[in-house]
Write a protein that binds this ligand. Structure first.
Ligand SMILES: [Zn+2]
Ligand SMILES: [Zn+2]
Length: 162
């Protein structure tokens, strides 16, 4: 399985593969290493986050949000042009096709696992087992904990919250 995470030391985004066979994750930017905790995996399934102390993870679609937005914006722009040319049928055909494309993309996108606390993402076979979808209450709990952490950190200390 793969991981994409923000380095807890410098905040740089890192990616690593085959994390099930690693004992630590190295940062390409600052050289800092994160030791993968012992309870990270159980029978090949993720039990907790490898980067931060959180045990709360949620399943989400691995959908590139920018791509989704780009499709909607392009579709809307094209339909405006058609509207300006008084092509009513085309206007609605383009809008409908845009929505259909977004839905189709969403359905075919694989799922990934995300950490509530540090937003590390896990991809690969079996990563989503044992975990449920996004829960607002859990998210809120971690958001507040992160905010407290940030307030408590002395000035000049980088606290990653991504
Ligand atoms: Zn780093
Ligand atoms: Zn985490």
């Amino acid at each position: 399985m793969k991981i994409t995470y923000a380095c807890p030391r410098c905040g740089a985004t890192n990616a690593a593969e085959a994390i099930e066979s690693r004992s630590s994750l190295g940062c390409a930017a600052c050289g800092g290493a994160v030791a993968i905790p012992a309870g990270f995996l159980d029978a090949g399934r993720i039990c907790r986050c490898a980067v931060c102390p959180s045990r709360d993870l949620f399943v989400r679609k691995d959908f590139p949000q920018r791509l989704g937005i780009a499709i909607v914006v392009a579709g809307f722009a094209a339909s405006c042009v058609a509207w300006g040319m008084r092509e009513l049928v085309w206007t609605f055909a383009i809008l409908f096709a845009t929505a259909a494309l977004d839905v189709a993309l969403y359905l075919f996108m694989p799922e990934c696992l995300t950490c509530y606390r540090c937003a590390a993402r896990y991809r690969g076979a079996g990563v989503t087992e044992r975990h449920g979808p996004f829960d607002l209450e859990t998210h809120e709990r971690h958001r507040q904990a992160n905010a407290r952490l940030r307030d408590a950190a002395p000035a000049g200390t980088a606290v990653t919250n991504r």
